[in-house]
Design a protein around this ligand. Structure first.
Ligand SMILES: NC(=O)c1ccc[n+]([C@@H]2O[C@H](COP(=O)([O-])OP(=O)(O)OC[C@H]3O[C@@H](n4cnc5c(N)ncnc54)[C@H](OP(=O)(O)O)[C@@H]3O)[C@@H](O)[C@H]2O)c1
Length: 432
């Protein structure tokens, strides 16, 4: 039996889950792997808080440096979150020759290159499965199971908070704010949910997945991001009538020398595998050139699901240590190239448009003339209400068009006298 000594920094939600898992499942992990995991040290700045998991008090410290400089530890588990001091802790651990496991998407998406290069220089492993989509093994699948594929696209629902809010808005006609309040009350949204709602959290996860899939480094700050705070019941209802559901999607598409990476609300047709992903669940839909379509589904957050992913990384590294084969699978592709990131205005998609117009003859003709000049054709148009002389909604779906043409057309259309409000535009993501 190989004994592996673990130092845990951050005894919060996920940290507790890791300790609880080792207490409850350590024996079966040992039988399965021949490895006995030992929580040897735990650091957290607050040791007074009630944690409903019992540990020997002598293992606890408030000073993370006691873990970073303890040469008897094999693996450091960083579960404090955020950039500082997590970055410094991770880099110090790697430089001290310790393997690292982290769940920190903010850190990996921002400082991944520095961290992975430091790990490579010092001949140690760093794994980060829990940083994307909780318990779902998406990173392991990209690095290992799909290694023989060129991944053509990744489309993910990777933020449970937003998916919960959109679910309640679509299935129960709740407003955005009421659904957000409920998500908070149920513990599905943080006290400050802005990075979930504005799409930043999804973009961090997408940067990690897109980098792995493209053999290049996708800069999180260059990903196009739109959140869900502006979504209204009206558009949800019109989209549903047309056979679509609304999801916050993290989308990456790949070519030989380019990458597309964007996060935004999108309409997906009812028969798309992602259309049936509801509540706090996450799902990631991949297309590989050999594997074809695949969808991974499960819990994207929470103490136990996230701990499950952290433990998977701990066991992976422990197996490497046991067989003296560290760095068997590199954290990122061995050779990192550069690929062009396609700006949002260069993408092509179908679009949902809702115009708010004065209800009088000739208005639609004015709009379609502008769209026609930009080579945008419509696949469906419906006027939703009739109020002579008042503003009414007109909903249209386009055939595939260039985003820059759509933007240019909407600029012209919105300046017409007959337009009474800014046109609502949402992208449609078809099943490939
Ligand atoms: N929760 C999830 O469902 C989930 C899912 C996927 C990934 N993750 C990731 O997992 C990581 C941990 O998340 P979490 O939800 O467990 O966070 P959390 O509940 O806030 O736990 C973090 C713990 O670390 C402590 N801490 C903060 N700075 C510290 C420092 N310098 N030294 C020692 N301890 C420190 C915090 O203490 P104080 O509370 O006193 O500040 C807290 O107890 C994050 O990177 C997060 O993005 C979480």
């Amino acid at each position: 039996m190989k004994q592996i000594r673990l130092g845990l920094i951050g005894f919060g939600t996920v940290g507790k889950g890791v300790v609880r898992n080792i207490i409850s499942n350590g024996e079966s992990i040992a039988r399965r792997t021949g490895i006995r995991l030992e929580i040897a040290r735990i650091a957290d700045i607050d040791l007074e808080r009630e944690r409903d998991v019992s540990v020997d008090p002598s293992l606890l410290t408030t000073d993370a440096k006691e873990i970073l400089h303890d040469d008897s530890l094999d693996i450091v588990i960083e579960l404090i979150g955020g950039i500082h001091p997590a970055r410094e802790y991770v880099l110090t651990a790697l430089r001290k020759g310790k393997h690292v496991v982290t769940a920190n998407k903010a850190l990996i998406s921002k400082h991944g290159v520095e961290i992975f290069e430091t790990a490579r220089e010092h001949g140690v492993d760093i794994l980060y499965e829990a940083s994307v989509a909780g318990c779902i093994p998406v990173i392991k699948s990209l690095r290992e199971s799909l290694v023989a594929n060129n991944v053509l696209s990744i489309t993910g629902i990777v933020n449970g908070t937003c998916n919960y809010i959109l679910t309640r808005m679509q299935q129960d006609q709740m407003t955005f704010s009421a659904a957000l309040e409920e998500a908070r009350a149920k513990g599905y949204a943080e006290a400050d949910p802005s990075s979930d709602i504005n799409g930043t959290d999804s973009a961090q996860k997408l940067a990690i997945l897109a980098s792995l899939a493209s053999n290049s480094w996708v800069d999180v700050d260059r990903i196009y991001v739109e959140g869900i705070a502006h979504i209204t019941q009206k558009d949800i209802a019109y989209a549903a009538e047309l056979g679509y559901v609304l999801k916050l999607l993290a989308i990456a598409k790949f070519g030989a020398d380019w990458v597309q990476a964007r996060v935004h609300p999108a309409l997906v047709p009812g028969d798309h595998p992602l259309a049936d992903v509801w509540g706090v669940h996450n799902a990631v839909y991949f297309i590989g050139d050999y594997a074809g379509e695949m969808m991974f589904y499960g819990a994207g957050a929470g103490e136990r699901p996230t701990a499950s992913a952290v433990l998977s990384d701990i066991v992976d590294i422990s197996r490497n240590i046991k067989s003296a084969a560290k760095k068997r699978i590199s954290s990122l592709p061995e050779t990192i190239g550069t690929k062009r990131l396609i700006p949002i205005n260069q993408i092509e998609a179908r679009y949902y448009l809702r115009f708010t117009v004065i209800d009088k003859p000739g208005v639609l003709a004015q709009i379609t003339a502008i769209l026609g000049e930009k080579e945008i054709s419509l696949s469906a148009v419906t006027q939703k209400e009739r109020h002579p002389k008042n503003a009414v909604p007109v909903v249209a779906l386009t055939h595939v068009a260039k985003e820059e043409s759509i933007q240019a057309a909407l600029k012209e259309i919105d300046s017409l006298d007959v337009l009474k409000d800014k046109t609502v535009m949402m992208r449609i993501e078809e099943r490939e």
